[in-house]
Design a protein around this ligand. Structure first.
Ligand SMILES: [Zn+2]
Length: 100
């Protein structure tokens, strides 16, 4: 259901630290986004990374940028969402807590 293996691999990384691709629920439709996380979803920052948690501001822990086209193969992502709407609705529910 994905346009290419690279895109799928990054979707499978959703919620983990580093770069991943998440599915976001927009006001009108679903949209994919590239996300960079310093820490994985659910990580106890104070306990596991006390140095970062002690810093006051100035550090972006999560950055999310919507993407319209696959960064690997160039496919228009709205087309794959339309083709597998039901599956991507389920994925959006799974990603609800990690997409912003
Ligand atoms: Zn692709």
């Amino acid at each position: 259901m994905y346009c290419c293996q690279s895109f799928e691999n990054y979707v499978l990384r959703a919620g983990t630290n580093g770069i991943s691709i998440v599915l976001c629920s927009g006001p009108k439709n679903l949209q994919f986004a590239m996300q960079y996380r310093v820490v994985s979803d659910g990580m106890d920052l104070e306990k596991e990374m006390p140095v970062i948690s002690s810093l006051q501001g100035g550090i972006t822990l999560i950055a999310t940028v919507r993407v319209l086209f696959c960064p690997f193969c160039g496919t228009e992502l709205s087309k794959i969402i339309e083709s597998y709407q039901e599956q991507f609705n389920e994925l959006a529910l799974l990603h609800r807590g990690i997409s912003q």
